[in-house]
Design a binder for this molecule. Sequence first.
Ligand code: SF4
Length: 337
Amino acid sequence: MNMNREEIIAALSPDKDPAELFALADKVRRENVGDAVHLRGLIEFSNHCRRRCYYCGIRAGNARVRRYRLSPEQILDCARTAVRLNYKTIVMQSGEDPHYDPKALASILEAVKTETGLAITLSVGEHSREDYKLLRAAGADRFLLRFETSDRRLFSMLKPDSDYDTRFRCLAWLKEAGFQVGSGVMSGLPGQSLESMADDILLFKELELDMVGIGPFIANPDTPMAGAHNGTLEAALRMVALTRIVTVNTHIPATTAMGSIDPKGRQKALRCGANVLMPNISPAEHRSDYSLYPGKICVSEAPEDCAGCMDAMLKNLGRARAEGFGHSLKSIEASPR
Ligand code: SF4
């Protein structure tokens, strides 16, 4: 659905009652992606990272983090858990960990794909054009790389050792390599204007993303952004709703960060445009160490408990789990192998 920048800015304004916006987003979601909700099992396989993003709890140099790295066999075990819980997709996420270079990752992807046949989403940061091709050929179907903000100045303040243009070049390379591509942003960042949030949403559309993740900014006390004001759930929900309306059939998760600032945050997101949940299937002993922000939920539950919690949440909402892989609904060739 077409909305211009001024209309989006007006809809983002905290002065405006969001009820009508949320109802429209829910209708667009129902008519274009249906009632079913895709469950993607999240494996946080390494919290080592070479970068120092200012907002991130696992940034290099944060000595308060207990670092861990799952072995290939542990990752494969998590994938087996996903199969057992009847999830059709796993999301393999890590910091930018040089130990798991693309060659090492490729051999894990091949093993997981061969044994489980699951759809695989990677979220492992910036790599070269050739490495993205290698990861795609090894069996990864999708890739998440958030740009966090379309505002160049804010980007360089948040990510001092990353380059804005390189980030978008990576997104183009991912598309070229044949991935279903996801990106996303934080809402409620210090210094973020309604104009720049509207530009984020218009950029999601321009990039023809297959998946868009939006999470409220939550200040981490162990980072240079300690003490900054957190974003609000309502601002994040307005962005979810507008992203649904503007991009129509993108997969949009109800993110863990939303559930962390409001116990009903994910349910609210599913009512205003979201159609994906990402239950954590990482080993219990490491969950609390993947501490991007404080107060993260689902750090002590077993994977089976998370599955039960998701099913109960969906039942409550009158929704059900999706049955298939949940590949992109955009025009690119999805490729179950
Ligand atoms: S946001 Fe990502 S790249 Fe930046 S420090 Fe955290 S894990 Fe590393």
